[in-house]
Design a protein around this ligand. Structure first.
Ligand SMILES: Nc1ncnc2c1ncn2[C@@H]1O[C@H](COP(=O)(O)OP(=O)(O)O)[C@@H](O)[C@H]1O
Ligand SMILES: [Mg+2]
Length: 298
């Protein structure tokens, strides 16, 4: 197959591993930055041409690929999804479709969809821009989590210990036009969560993530570490249900074992491979390639 990975940073561990796996399976893979793509729509033509303008060269028409793997970060969601949709319109298989990818990148919309499907999430609140921060926190418990709607890698997730600090953070973000959601802090998580890597209808790898000393965020990019974890059948099923609820086929589901039961924190559409491959010793890149072969060649 001729594969395309949409990614801004080909040297990242995850991109390297996916490319290695593609080559190992006898496929070719281009890694291109969606922000260097040029999309065309023409009056009456059925073509959805995509051109690519390399760093030091003129744009050229991209060939037909057998499949596209979206791996772009939150800073490129909009253009990345536009490129993804163009390839979908050409009838090319995309490993995570544009709508699902876009939905997963919006933390509030994802929580709404998860709840619509009966999946438990932490108590959360979204307040309109005209609301008063002092009023909207009145019925919330403290400490309180404040999250930007499209952060990642732990950035944009804040913990306000007291109402006064929540108000000052909310006023600042309001002034800067940054929309946020409020969420109950799940205390018993104590900087730990479970990452489930889902491909198709299976959890293929998992790990328990542990935040750095004094850190409530368990993310790898915030200095967190990881250890192997055994998932219950219920946990596996929940991760797959959450993935399907958002319409994704590849995802990283963050779960918390709270005293009231399992909670889904979020579902990532482009989950990192490094920490989870090293912890679980599962060749995730290869599993993704095998799944892709099954989907494209069947
Ligand atoms: N409501 C919460 N209660 C306790 N810990 C939380 C809560 N929300 C997030 N966290 C911690 O912060 C981390 C990052 O939050 P998350 O919503 O997954 O954002 P990101 O997309 O940046 O990873 C989580 O992995 C978890 O460790
Ligand atoms: Mg997360």
């Amino acid at each position: 197959m001729k594969l395309l990975m949409l990614c801004r940073e080909p040297r990242l561990y995850s991109c390297q591993r996916l490319k290695e796996a593609a080559i190992q399976c006898g496929h070719e893979m281009d890694i291109l930055d969606p922000n260097r793509c040029i999309l065309k729509l023409m009056e009456n033509s059925p073509h959805f041409d995509v051109y690519y303008q390399p760093k030091d060269g003129a744009p050229y028409l991209l060939p037909n690929y057998d499949a596209v793997l979206p791996r772009f970060g939150t800073a490129s969601t909009k253009m990345g999804c536009a490129v993804l949709r163009h390839f979908q319109a050409k009838g090319i298989y995309c490993l995570n479709k544009e709508r699902a990818f876009l939905m997963a990148r919006d933390k509030w919309e994802s929580l709404q969809i998860l709840r619509e499907q009966g999946i438990a999430v932490p108590n959360s609140q979204l307040s309109g821009v005209e609301t008063d921060p002092k009023m909207v926190i009145q019925k919330m418990d403290f400490p309180l989590i404040i999250k930007t709607l499209n952060g990642s890698q732990g950035i944009g997730v804040m913990l306000a210990e007291k109402p006064q600090s929540a108000v000052s953070i909310l006023e600042t973000l309001k002034q800067a036009n940054v929309p946020v959601l409020l969420q109950d802090f799940v205390e018993e998580a104590t900087g730990e969560d479970i990452r489930c890597f889902v491909v198709g209808d299976k959890v293929i790898a998992s790990m328990q993530r542990i935040g750095q000393e004094g850190e409530f965020r368990a993310n790898f990019h915030r200095g967190g570490s990881a250890q192997p974890v055994l998932l219950t059948e219920e946990e596996k099923q929940l991760a797959v249900r959450a993935t399907k609820a958002l319409g994704l086929v590849v995802s990283g589901v963050d779960l918390i074992r709270s005293k009231g039961g399992l909670l889904v924190l979020e579902v990532n559409a482009s989950p990192g491979l490094e920490m989870i491959e090293k912890t679980s010793r599962v060749d995730i890149a290869l599993q993704i390639m095998l799944y892709l072969e099954k989907m494209v060649q069947s």
